[in-house]
Design a protein around this ligand. Structure first.
Ligand code: FES
Ligand SMILES: [Fe+2]
Length: 426
């Protein structure tokens, strides 16, 4: 990859081509529980290199506005959330959820001045336990998102987020690279309560040379990884990538399905959103307990923050003896931090001019191409793939298929399911 191509793909600030593409999608911005009640404390949100403030006003309306006061630039995080607006704590200018200034206490006789003061603002809507925003032009805002995890009843779902200290792209690339599972996650797969016991795990561990086949879907990619079952059939794991950065992990047994959204905070940090859901049933008490304890694809966090307990600054609590004696392939505990540790180790933005790709990287190659193509087409007025809700209502699949059939045809009904049907899983 040339350096300019890497820049093109990884920069998402205002005015950049990839930033413009991301701004055309509904993206997870906060957990709904971060703004639990009317007039609760405002929350700082950094997205696509923009510093914003989210708040819930007296009438329960949600606002996402520029973090800084139009007067002299004080952070509105210090503001008072009261009587349907956020009041700057420096000189008392007050803003409503649309960012409109509604009061300048020192200029009560100058309503014109007040009306002229309007902070940049974005919509904020609640769906699936998450507050979503769309930071692009209002006229081109797509319909609300319909990813399955966000649409199932609340007891069927668990959502968490963590701060990851690297560019979104290398994090997302980990999410569509299922060849690393047999190595990096080798031991964890057989012991984690949200993974263990599935028949599919045996195939994962037996065949370390998966064959990849990647097919374009209307909203992204179907990334098929094929492993031998040992009895003349193939075990397929089909990951969904939905543009711009949503992934769905193929299921294991009856465990809830995992998925991620990788949302750029700025060019060197991203939010790793992790979801689990079950289409057919509420999560069990034991599952919810494990999810809350940071098992599966979630992590234990430093209380009061979204920073993982094991992180870059403590070498992820690396356990060299576990790495040596086979207790853990990587020495880092848990799927999420195994992923985050290797991805953050690439540096804040991976230098892709120095990489050497092999056939198992096919999904990554095609995802990059599709992102570049969509960002370029946007300039010519094309609607980005993955913005239509029908393209988001897809599922990951694990399935045994005979040899010699195309997975995207043989598994078609499972990849784009009818509502209320069960997942195809092994
Ligand atoms: S800086 Fe906000 S009111 Fe003066
Ligand atoms: Fe992983």
């Amino acid at each position: 990859m040339r350096a300019e191509q890497n820049e093109f793909l990884t920069r998402t600030g205002p005015g950049t081509p990839m930033g413009q593409l991301f701004r055309r999608y509904w993206l997870p911005a906060l957990l709904a529980e971060e703004l639990p009640a009317p007039d609760c404390p405002p929350v700082r949100v950094k997205l696509l290199s923009e510093r914003l403030i989210a708040f819930r006003d007296t009438q329960n309306r949600l606002g996402l506005v520029d973090e800084f006061c139009a007067h002299r630039g004080v952070s509105l995080w210090f503001g008072r959330n009261e009587e349907n607006g956020l009041r700057c704590s420096y000189h008392g200018w007050k803003y409503d959820v649309t960012g409109q200034c509604v009061e300048i206490p020192s200029e009560p006789d100058n309503p014109k001045l007040c009306r002229r003061m309007k902070l940049k603002s974005y919509p904020l809507i609640e769906r699936g336990g998450v507050l979503w925003t769309c930071m692009g032009p209002a006229e081109q805002r797509p319909p609300l998102p319909e990813h399955e995890w966000a649409m199932v009843p609340e007891p069927h779902r668990f959502v968490s987020k963590r701060w990851q200290e690297c560019n979104y792209l290398q994090a997302m690339e980990g999410g569509i690279d299922s060849s690393h599972v047999s190595f990096l996650h080798r031991h964890t797969m057989t012991v984690d309560p949200l993974f263990k016991g599935a028949k599919g795990n045996e195939y994962n561990l037996r065949d370390l040379q998966p064959h990849f086949e990647v097919v374009e879907s209307p909203g992204g990619l179907y990334i098929g990884a094929r492993r031998d079952t040992g009895d003349g059939k193939y075990y397929w794991r089909i990951t969904q990538w939905v543009m711009p950065s949503f992934t769905l992990i193929p299921p294991r047994g009856d465990h809830p399905i995992g998925g991620h959204s990788w949302v750029p905070m700025d060019d060197e940090n991203c939010w790793a959103w992790s979801t689990n859901h079950h289409a057919m049933r509420p999560l069990t008490h034991a599952e919810r307990e494990a999810l809350e304890a940071g098992k599966g694809i979630h992590v234990p966090l430093i209380p009061g923050t979204f920073r993982p307990l094991a992180n870059k600054h403590n070498d992820y609590l690396m356990d060299r003896s576990a790495q040596k004696d086979g207790g853990s392939f990587s020495g880092v505990e848990g799927f999420a931090m195994q992923d985050a540790s290797v991805q953050e180790s690439m540096g804040p933005i991976q230098d892709r001019t120095r990489e050497n790709l092999v056939p198992t990287d096919q999904g990554i190659i095609m995802a990059r191409r599709r992102l570049v193509k969509a960002a370029e087409a946007l300039g010519k007025g094309a609607t980005p793939p993955g913005t239509d809700p029908s393209q988001q209502r897809v599922r990951s699949v694990s399935i045994i298929l005979p040899q010699g059939v195309a997975f995207s045809e043989a598994a078609e009904a499972a990849l784009v399911p009818q509502p209320g049907s069960a997942h195809a899983t092994v």
